[in-house]
Design a protein around this ligand. Structure first.
Ligand code: NDP
Length: 614
């Protein structure tokens, strides 16, 4: 039988107590008090930072018709479900999209150096159907965007789409949804699918004085090439002679810094917490790269990757990259479990050692690459691997060897203390800045339905937020009682995974299967009962319970960030812990055997006398 001593002996190079103490010290150094006040939205006096810099808004007439299906959001979620719906034979289909074109996060984010962090061949939806092949293992942002546009053309999704249009509310009236938008539209829809995305709302840092800055300032998702010169494929010639400040060193910041450093006179990186920066290993790819490419290759590769990173433990690892290498450590922030020969405390200890070994290698890589020991020390992440979104790049760390790049540690101050008209202040140091890039992230996981920016009023006159005031209520994360023919594709009460594109595609397949089956059955409405929601909540609680304490303890020990609610993590059974592979099998079984239970005739719903809960 394995003992604690056996496990310690497996990791002779690791002083776990010292690492624990250092992690706790660094976490405490970053404790930031009121997590709710760290960021500001691009509204009010900061509204200009939310404006679309990529496409001018074209005038158009308001729309007042009826469509069978409305999809709100034209990113990967919306495009995936719409493509499936089109394939299922739905002709009357409209997508409303806030951006000037499809792409969602890949529309907005055009910063220099942008690449996908998940292998393109498992990330880009429907490659086999739409044709073409990624030119690199980790494609540039514009290549992903072009593939998404190709997908939209392939499935004829531009027809009837409304760009630069934000749905401002939907309300159930007389057996259908009435939809209003910020462009004056008022039309109706039989089905509405909310696919507005969980990385849609940029966060601006709440630094005193930020509104006074007189230089150029923009969020990474609103990159202003009129300031920096160049474009996604061209040199940033406008930065010559400029002093650029970058706030934010997450997955976005680490991609931006090396690009900006090529052109700017000086780059000052204001770091609060360093990311883990692992080997990228990018390479050119073509049709021959994945082998014979037999039909179905992409789905097999996607399924294999999903199984790897969510603990289903397949025999073969087809992708073999930084994600699949560390799959055991990833289960802490992604749903999914795996069978281990170790149980309980022994398993936790073993994983902690394993984590320390991986993180030691990440820190050693910093020493290998970064020449200045002081800078190297600051760039080392002191937390467990899954505390923050890991990053993968071979360009970021070497950038700090350039004489024009400086790193400023702001951890003791919770970030820069002040922005003035011409500078950024940290403690008593002032840094003159001409261009300030804020790569400070998004309201992660906060969909328009959850935040209330898309009010949804159901058939009993109540808003969905009111119905959820005591906690989320859904069946499988997609449907809610009182809201017929309304589906949401978001990260609630369902599983998650690092290849979120895959998860969204699975959501799209399930929602399409339900709509297609309802149409075939001639049912007017799809809506779960309250009892079904209760049963789903109870199941979530049950499957979360065995690991709940471990996860809470793990997250509490992490440095603050959006993975742990900025240090205020509370365990809520909003994730399906057994993971996406188990979830898909369960849904397929449910569709085959129990789907009819959510189908209703028009009379059914009109006769519904269930009292409204108060
Ligand atoms: P993140 O939220 O991950 O990172 C924000 C960064 O800004 C953190 O380093 C944070 O520091 C820092 N920050 C925020 N406020 C301040 C402040 N006042 N002072 C100093 N620093 C501050 O945002 P990203 O845009 O980097 O990434 C968001 C998500 O987008 C990722 O998790 C990933 O899912 C996705 N993404 C994917 C990419 C890909 O696949 N290629 C590329 C980029 C993003 P701290 O950690 O201390 O809070």
């Amino acid at each position: 039988m394995t003992t604690v001593e056996d496990i310690k002996a497996m990791f002779p190079e690791i002083d776990l107590e010292a690492i624990r103490a250092k992690y706790a010290f660094e976490r405490d150094r970053r404790e930031r008090g009121d997590a709710g006040k760290l960021y500001r939205r691009a509204t009010g006096e900061l509204a200009k930072y939310g404006v679309d810099p990529h496409t001018p808004v074209a005038a158009r007439e308001a729309v007042n018709d009826h469509v069978e299906v409305l999809v709100i959001g034209g990113g990967i979620a919306g495009l995936s479900v719409a493509a499936r719906l089109r394939e299922s034979g739905i002709e009357s289909l409209r997508i409303v999209e806030e951006g000037g074109d499809f792409g969602g996060t890949w529309y907005w984010n055009r910063y220099p150096g942008l690449r996908v962090d998940i292998e393109s061949h498992v990330y880009i939806p429907r490659l086999e159907e739409i044709g073409g092949f990624p030119t690199e293992r980790y494609s540039r942002g514009y290549e992903i965007r072009e593939f998404l546009h190709k997908l939209a053309r392939h499935f004829d999704l531009y027809r009837d789409a409304l760009m630069h249009t934000r749905a401002t509310g939907i309300e159930w009236q007389d057996g259908r949804w009435v939809v209003r938008t910020d462009r004056g539209d008022a039309f109706t829809a039989t089905y509405v699918i909310a696919a507005s995305g969980g990385l849609a709302t940029p966060k601006l840092p709440n630094i005193p004085g930020i509104e006074d800055f007189q230089g150029a300032l923009f969020h990474s998702s609103r990159w202003d090439y009129s300031v920096t010169g160049g474009g996604e494929r061209e040199p940033l010639t406008g930065l010559e002679g400029k002093r650029v400040g970058v706030i934010g060193t997450g997955a976005t910041g680490v991609q931006i810094v090396p690009e900006v450093a090529k052109y700017a006179e000086r780059v000052t990186v204001f770091q609060r917490t360093p990311s883990t920066v692992s080997f990228r290993g990018n390479q050119a790819t073509d049709e021959t790269w994945i082998g014979p490419g037999e039909p179905g290759w992409q789905r097999r590769r996607m399924d294999n990757f999903l199984a790897m990173v969510s603990g289903a433990n397949p025999e073969e690892d087809l992708v073999k990259d930084g994600w699949t290498e560390n799959w055991r450590l990833l289960r802490r922030h992604n749903t999914g479990t795996y069978v281990s020969e170790l149980e309980g405390e022994l398993r936790e200890l073993y994983e902690e050692y394993l984590d320390a070994r991986v993180m030691n290698a990440v820190r050693a890589r910093v020493d290998e690459i970064v020449e200045d020991p002081k800078t190297a020390e600051l760039l080392k992440p002191w937390y467990r691997f899954a505390c923050k979104r890991p990053t993968f790049t071979d360009l970021y760390l070497p950038a700090f060897n350039q004489p024009n790049v400086e790193l400023v540690d702001t951890a003791d101050f919770g970030g820069p203390s002040q922005v003035t008209e011409k500078s950024v202040i940290v403690g008593d140091q002032e840094y003159p800045i001409d261009v300030l890039v804020v790569a400070t992230g998004f309201e992660a996981g906060m969909t328009a339905v959850l935040s209330g920016t898309l009010p949804v009023i159901g058939r009993k006159g109540r808003s969905i937020r009111e119905v959820w005031s005591k906690g989320l209520r859904t069946l499988h994360g997609y449907m809610t009682h009182e809201f017929p023919n309304f589906f949401q594709m978001g990260p609630v009460q369902s599983p998650n995974a690092v290849n979120f594109s895959h998860i969204l595609q699975l959501h799209g397949e399930h929602v399409t299967a339900m709509i297609a089956a309802a149409r075939q059955a001639g049912a007017a409405y799809i809506e779960p009962t309250r009892e079904m929601e209760d049963a789903w909540s109870a199941e979530l609680l049950e499957v979360t319970a065995p690991e709940a304490d471990v996860i809470v303890a793990f997250k509490a020990a992490c440095t603050p960030g959006f993975y742990n609610g900025e240090g205020k993590y509370r365990a809520t059974p909003s994730e399906y812990r057994p993971g996406p592979v188990v979830f898909q099998a369960m849904l397929a079984d449910w569709r085959a055997n129990r789907f009819s239970e959510v189908l209703h005739s028009a009379e059914d719903l009109l006769d519904d006398a269930t009292p409204v809960e108060v």
